[in-house]
Design a protein around this ligand. Structure first.
Ligand SMILES: Nc1ncnc2c1ncn2[C@@H]1O[C@H](COP(=O)(O)OP(=O)(O)OP(=O)(O)O)[C@@H](O)[C@H]1O
Ligand SMILES: [Mg+2]
Length: 112
């Protein structure tokens, strides 16, 4: 199992959501975040304006996926969030040790 963290543009969230839903993912966690990448925030365009803060608003999407689904889910996130301009975001992949559904006690693949 793997844990994916994807930092994407806020306006792309619904596209990513629709795509992952059609991929049949078991769930996801979404958080409003802010950050900066290579260009730093002060040169990034956000909603048509050059951004003047140190940090640009982004959305963090997190989800647990099976090894079998990993490649497809990563591809789906890229395809549904890419604009081709700086600031499209990043995907980080971690190995996931355990998952547990609290209601039933199911673990790992049965829990995600
Ligand atoms: N090395 C990093 N560690 C943690 N978060 C990062 C890192 N790089 C980028 N991020 C997060 O992703 C967001 C988008 O980064 P961004 O897409 O601008 O990266 P980049 O490396 O500058 O790539 P690009 O050249 O395509 O803009 C940042 O605002 C930040 O929240
Ligand atoms: Mg950047």
């Amino acid at each position: 199992m793997y844990w994916l963290t994807a930092i994407v543009r806020p306006f792309k969230l619904s596209d990513v959501y629709e795509r992952l839903l059609s991929d049949g993912v078991g769930g996801m966690t979404v958080t409003e975040v802010k950050g900066f990448g290579n260009q730093r925030a002060d040169t990034e365009i956000y909603r048509g304006n050059a951004y003047t803060s140190r940090f640009v608003p982004k959305v963090k999407i997190e989800l647990a996926v099976s090894e079998k689904d990993l490649e497809r889910v990563v591809e789906s996130i890229v395809e549904s969030s890419q604009t081709g301009s700086p600031g499209d975001g990043k995907i980080f992949v971690y190995k996931l040790e355990q998952a547990l559904r609290i209601r039933t006690g199911e673990v790992d693949l049965e829990a995600i």
